[in-house]
Write a protein that binds this ligand. Structure first.
Ligand SMILES: Nc1nc2c(ncn2[C@@H]2O[C@H](COP(=O)(O)OP(=O)(O)OP(=O)(O)O)[C@@H](O)[C@H]2O)c(=O)[nH]1
Ligand SMILES: [Mg+2]
Length: 468
């Protein structure tokens, strides 16, 4: 019975794959990776994308998205999922949050979910034009907890390597007030003692508590293992109960150390690998959302760690130029957009600084991608506007402020945001008082219409060529 069920499921998957391959061969299926750590704005972006394409696709809203500007987009709608074992992205609930009278942000994501949009359009390209009047392109997106993305680089590490890198990150002076007590305990932990599940359990709980504290108190991205924070259906399972340990000699059977190595390897094989293989291979295009403002608020150590974490995770994707056959059977990402998100919370005149800062953070990686034949761009965006630009006169000087309702407050305010740096500052040149960018509620939607900054440029860069 079970065998029959498995065979049926495998058959369905093969059928789906075959169908996608045919669609890909006709350039009709695009799998877009929306990449970003927790809080970078993936869910808000996907919601805004669906909202704009399904109900606000006009040339006032999306003037730089060619298919819309040229009045060639006939219609766009969400279509039922082909993948039956992944929940569908709950667009209606997410949109309801943004469109409420007192709008709020959709909640942080706790599980993987997916959606497919069908875009029906008239072609203006020579070859396509002659086949039929209109064409349909399917755009597939997945949303997932940002913490799970940060797990991917663990696949390339041994327990010892992971421990070293994790302990290095936790030992940064900027985080020592949170990490020091546990680090001392880990240093004293008797790794050679026989396996004691209760002791491992207790220390895992403390490590998990530390990761939670770091998540709420800092914008540190490297919080591994991600399932400790968002366990999904693994809550309480020993496979997610491990923690980093200082360097160690020979691994002796039956010891605490060996038990942690086993759990770490099982986590890689049974949790990260299937997630990676199922969902993170076979993308065609990639958007990398980066919350630079959060990192700047947090300080120089977080900015550097964000840079490292981005490099590590980007290394897990398959980039390069795809030939026709490769695109069919082993697609590679041939366009990557790095986007500093939430730029609406910065004065309009300073938004370019964010682009330059992001470019500097990622330019080495960008160079490698370009060398591999990938088209890359960097820009600042805001998928959902939470502030309006407002100019205020002060003693004869024009100040570029933002106007919005800060999170957890009840009144709209006019605020002069700090000036973001346009390059990576050395810790010694960091402003003494640090940066304090505010987070705001989404702007109330006027007549049910959301506003954005450069969502149209983003769409044009990522999928515009498939809609010609
Ligand atoms: N100003 C501004 N803030 C945004 C925007 N998008 C998201 N935010 C803020 O960022 C927070 C996180 O956004 P999400 O879309 O939940 O981020 P996520 O990447 O899905 O996070 P996880 O689900 O935890 O992985 C929101 O609650 C907002 O405070 C935006 O376009 N502009
Ligand atoms: Mg989310």
């Amino acid at each position: 019975m079970r065998l029959k069920f498995t065979t049926q499921k495998t058959l369905e998957k093969l059928q789906q794959k075959a169908q996608k391959t045919i669609q890909r061969s006709l350039d009709q299926h695009i799998k877009l990776a929306v990449t970003g750590f927790s809080g970078s704005g993936k869910t808000a972006f996907i919601t805004a994308l669906v909202k704009h394409l399904t109900t606000q696709a006009n040339s006032q809203n999306l003037p730089f998205f060619d298919v819309v500007r040229d009045h060639r987009l006939i219609a766009c709608k969400l279509v039922p999922q082909k993948v039956l074992d992944i929940p569908t992205f709950d667009y209606l609930s997410a949109a309801a949050c943004l469109l409420a009278e007192d709008p709020t942000w959709p909640p942080s994501t706790e599980r993987i979910n997916t959606l497919t949009l069908a875009l029906k359009f008239r072609s203006n390209s020579g070859v396509r034009q002659h086949f039929s009047d209109d064409h349909t392109v399917y755009l597939e997106l997945i949303d997932y907890p940002g913490e799970w993305l940060m797990d991917l680089p663990m696949l390339n590490m041994s327990f010892e390597q992971w421990s070293l890198s994790q302990l290095k990150a936790l030992s940064e002076p900027a985080f020592s007030k949170y990490c020091q007590p546990l680090l001392s305990q880990l240093n004293q932990f008797n790794t050679q003692a026989p396996v004691d599940s209760a002791a491992l359990d207790a220390l895992s709980k403390q490590y998990c508590a530390l990761l939670k504290t770091l998540k709420y108190e800092t914008r540190l991205a490297k919080l591994q293992p991600g399932r400790m924070l968002i366990p999904g259906d693994l809550a309480g399972a020993p496979i997610i109960q491990f923690f980093p340990l200082p360097s160690h000699g020979e691994i002796i059977e039956g010891t605490q150390y060996e038990e942690l190595v086993k759990r770490f390897e099982a986590y890689k094989k049974q949790v990260i690998e299937p997630f990676y293989k199922e969902h993170f291979c076979a993308f065609d295009r990639q958007l990398v959302l980066v919350d630079l403002l959060g990192a700047l608020n947090d300080g120089p150590a977080t900015l550097v760690q964000t840079q490292q974490a981005l490099r590590e995770t980007m290394g897990m994707f398959n980039h390069g130029k795809s030939g026709v056959l490769q695109r069919l059977f082993k697609p590679k990402i041939d366009k990557v957009l790095f986007a500093a998100n939430k730029c609406d919370a910065v004065a309009i005149t300073e938004q370019d600084n964010l682009t330059r800062l992001l470019y500097e953070l990622l330019c080495e990686h960008e160079n490698e991608l370009k060398f591999a034949g990938v088209e890359v761009d960097t820009m600042t965006i805001s998928s959902v506007k939470s502030c309006q630009h407002k100019q205020v006169q002060d003693q004869g000087k024009a100040l570029n402020c933002v106007y919005g309702k800060p999170l957890n407050e009840s009144q709209f305010i006019t605020f002069l945001p700090p000036e973001p740096p346009d390059h990576v500052l050395l810790p010694s040149s960091w402003p003494e008082q640090g940066f304090e960018f505010l987070s705001f509620y989404p702007m109330p939607a006027f007549q049910g219409q959301l506003e954005h900054i450069r969502l149209d440029h983003t769409l044009q860069f990522l999928i515009g060529d498939k809609l010609r």
